[in-house]
Design a protein around this ligand. Structure first.
Ligand SMILES: [Zn+2]
Ligand SMILES: [Zn+2]
Length: 434
């Protein structure tokens, strides 16, 4: 009975803490000045309490959203995601049965079949984007959360924070899951297919990874790093000028290196537009072989049928798989073209002297960043088909040259978007206003 009373009392205390007026709670982030990393506007952020977030007043750039348990939530999600990652490699992803012959595919066997077919580059992209980069990111989140929760002065905390931020755009577990579903629909007419145990682990891994990214608040983690190093007071009010494009920290005008994450600082990224142009043009050149050469080659009873991206889409359309045909067409043809056009528009807008609509261009930039990874779907579909269909004479699928070029297009357009300094758009906008 005494135990029950204690439990009720503890529960009421917790409820009271929850219902405590804001002014009696400790803010997770005290009010401070910051310069927006996308539009460069100097502004003041009010104190942020756990469960709240903040965005830029001018361009809407997301600055932070602190979860209710800022230490425990990311730590718990990162640990769970890491376990799911191991499980998604341990068992078969898909089982296939054609004409009485069975075939199984695990995540690692899909990479091995690419290496066997002399497509090591695509295997590297697959292993990095679906396995290694998420694993590194999760380890980084766990390292930071453990060190900060228990105030441990572990080495390299600032570099680990920078690493986690830099790795984030390159994680493609969700794209791989969509790739599995697309291949499944593609194969459903030819063969009997069933999900392996690892498919469900992979699905949960992809969802849990997205959740880990959303609860890992870079701004709050950075603030805790400063707190650990005994620097909070300097952070609160500082007559600074340069904001770090990696972690968003507000640095002094004369600083060359970010105080928080040690990234190199520039008031504007040097040669940003030229580098973006160079990457974009290379991607455009690679887009030609990606469409002209076969994406995959199907061999059946001694007959080999190569198919390019568009041929694959047309075949699916004729077979009546309209949704898959539309997904592949959008991911492989529409998305790359939209990226080419939007990055070109952004580069022209950054150089132009008289124009308006910086907010629209910034939204266009965010959209380009957001859709970047999704073109990889078709490459992953080829990878899955190659791994799954290797039944000697009955039917085998081999990757085509276009798979390498297309993976190159996706990586280069992502690099082009990342190397573009979006603040240049607002500089041009301010020039136009003068
Ligand atoms: Zn802004
Ligand atoms: Zn920084």
């Amino acid at each position: 009975m005494f135990e029950i009373t204690k439990m009720i009392r503890r529960f009421i205390t917790k409820l009271n803490a929850f219902a405590l007026p804001r002014d009696q709670q400790e803010p997770a982030l005290p009010g401070h000045e910051f310069r927006c990393a996308q539009c460069d506007l100097l502004q003041k952020m009010d104190a942020i309490y756990a469960g709240q977030g903040a965005s830029c007043a001018r361009c809407g750039h997301h600055l932070c959203s602190v979860p209710l348990n800022p230490f425990d939530t990311p730590l718990a999600y990162a640990l769970a995601t890491l376990i799911l990652l191991v499980l998604s490699c341990a068992f078969p992803l898909l089982n296939l049965r054609i004409a009485g012959v069975e075939s199984q595919m695990t995540f690692l066997s899909s990479a091995k079949s690419l290496v066997d077919a002399d497509f090591g580059i695509v295997a590297n992209v697959l292993l990095s984007c679906v396995l290694l980069i998420p694993a590194l990111f999760l380890c980084a989140v766990i390292y930071l959360a453990v060190a900060l929760k228990w105030s441990l002065h572990w080495p390299g905390l600032r570099s680990v924070l920078r690493l986690a931020i830099r790795l984030e755009p390159w994680m493609m577990a969700d794209v791989f899951v969509i790739g599995i579903l697309v291949s499944l629909i593609k194969l459903a007419m030819l063969a009997q297919i069933s999900f392996g145990l690892s498919f469900w682990a992979m699905l949960l891994f992809a969802i849990s990874l997205i959740k880990t990214v959303t609860v890992f608040d870079v701004h709050w983690f950075g603030f805790q790093l400063d707190h650990l190093a005994g620097l909070p007071a300097r952070h609160l009010r500082m007559n600074g000028a340069k904001s770090c494009t990696v972690c968003g920290f507000f640095n002094a005008r004369q600083a060359h290196q970010c105080e928080r994450c040690h990234a190199r600082l520039h008031s504007r990224r040097p040669h940003s537009v030229s580098i973006t142009w160079a990457l974009l043009l290379t991607a455009m050149l690679l887009y030609l072989p990606a469409n002209l050469y076969p994406m995959m080659i199907t061999e059946s009873w001694g007959e080999s049928t190569p198919s390019t991206i568009l041929e694959g889409v047309l075949l699916l359309w004729r077979m009546g798989s309209y949704p898959v045909a539309i997904i592949i067409f959008v991911a492989s043809v529409v998305v790359p073209l939209v990226k080419f056009i939007s990055i070109t528009v952004l580069c022209i807008a950054a150089r132009s002297k008289s124009k308006q609509g910086a907010l629209h261009y910034t939204r266009l930039y965010r959209m380009t960043e957001l859709i970047g990874r999704w073109s990889m779907v078709d490459v992953f579909v080829v990878v899955i088909l190659v791994a799954l269909i290797h039944m000697g004479k009955i039917m085998s699928v081999l990757p085509g040259v276009a798979a390498v070029s297309f993976a190159g297009v996706v990586v280069l357009t992502m690099l082009a978007a990342l190397s573009f300094d979006v603040r240049l758009i607002w500089d041009a906008d301010q020039r136009a206003e003068k």
